[in-house]
Design a binder for this molecule. Structure first.
Ligand code: ADP
Ligand code: MG
Length: 331
């Protein structure tokens, strides 16, 4: 079994069966009794639609395990569901963010063990993402991968299955959504929720301008001054302006990594280009922005949301790599 324990989404694959679970990394909790009521999509749907007693937590906010107990319960539940769907698998390969501590690494392993795993190997998410994106990470060539998730962006130079260099910044998809909320509040005096803002980002968001006519969108929120619901129209250009700052933080991290890259590997990267993975890679023309800022051709991986879990699947298929990971985590 292979697991991508992401800040926004958790994905699980079983060897021979492919991806068997894709759920938001969310737990709904009863505030009084402090017990979890639902996990994943079901938990996300409960938010805001029930009494104020139910709160939603994202136990992995910011790329680290912010709420250990709930992260453990969520992981156990997701593993159980996957086992129902695809038989048991005592060997587990789990992708984890590069920034997590030794204590957190042990915590993830313990949770997997409690859920029935006998042998557990951890793999750094960028390495898994690179494998899942089909990059030649087993070879002595340099690959630059940018994984933009919900909470963190990881920029990694990978060669011979290892992270040669890696920088993790806590600016990613969630931060873009938050910037849209702030912009609309400031410029339009309109208060919108996280879901609306994420929807705007997905439907209208872009990182780089185009010659073509750009779309507009009607959005609803609460007017800050009258306190009443109001509908306004926003333009794609405004959304781009609102997310420009967090995007520049991501671009700076890429530039810093390139500056630190050993010259031989940098030459490989210039030849091969930069690869974008993670849900954030789906932002329109982000590849164009990064190519423009770095001068290096940039591609979006195929199916960027599933690169990490596909990478864990690759590990499960490759007995040599699997042995190595089970013996000593890959990072
Ligand atoms: P994680 O690995 O942290 O779980 P994911 O790789 O699943 O994160 O990506 C989740 C992020 O991708 C969220 O912030 C989400 O808003 C963003 N996202 C998903 N689809 C799109 C899209 N089409 N355009 C822009 N952002 C997107
Ligand atoms: Mg991820």
């Amino acid at each position: 079994m292979g697991i991508d324990l992401g800040t926004a989404n958790t994905l699980i694959c079983v060897s021979g069966k492919g991806i068997v679970l894709e759920e938001p990394s969310v737990v709904a909790i009863d505030r009084d009794k402090k017990v979890p009521l639902a996990f994943g999509e079901e938990a996300k749907k409960m938010i805001g639609k029930t009494s104020g007693n139910i709160i939603a937590v994202r136990p992995l906010k910011d790329g680290v395990i912010a709420d250990f107990e709930n992260a453990r319960l969520m992981l156990e539940e997701f593993i159980r569901r996957s086992q129902d769907r695809g038989g048991t698998s005592p060997r587990m390969v789990i992708g984890v963010p590069t920034g997590i501590t030794e204590v957190e690494r042990r915590a993830v392993k313990n949770a997997a063990r409690e859920a029935g795993a006998r042998e557990i190997g951890l793999i750094d998410e960028p390495v898994a993402a690179a494998l899942g994106a089909g990059l030649p990470v087993m070879e002595a060539t340099g690959n630059l991968l940018i994984d933009i998730g919900g909470g963190t962006t990881e920029v990694a130079v990978i060669s011979l299955q290892n992270n040669v260099l890696c920088e993790s910044v806590r600016v990613a998809g969630d931060e873009l959504t938050e910037s849209i909320i702030q912009y609309i509040k400031k410029v339009h005096n309109l208060v919108i929720g996280e879901r609306t803002a994420e929807n705007i980002k997905i439907k209208l968001g872009s990182a780089y301008p185009t010659d073509q006519e750009e779309p507009v969108m009607e959005i609803r929120g609460i007017h800050l001054i009258s306190g009443l619901p109001r509908t306004i129209t926003i333009k794609a250009g405004e959304v781009r302006e609102s997310i420009a700052e967090p995007l520049s933080i991501i671009v700076d991290a890429v530039k810093r990594t390139l500056e630190k890259t050993p010259p031989e590997l940098a030459a490989d990267i210039i030849d091969r280009g930069i690869i974008l993975a993670g849900g954030g890679a789906l932002l329109r023309r982000l590849d164009t922005l990064i190519a423009h800022e770095t001068g290096i051709i940039t591609h979006v991986a195929e199916d960027p949301l599933r690169c990490v879990v596909r990478g864990t699947e690759e590990v499960l298929k490759n007995s040599k790599l699997l042995e190595r990971i089970l013996d000593k985590d890959l990072r």
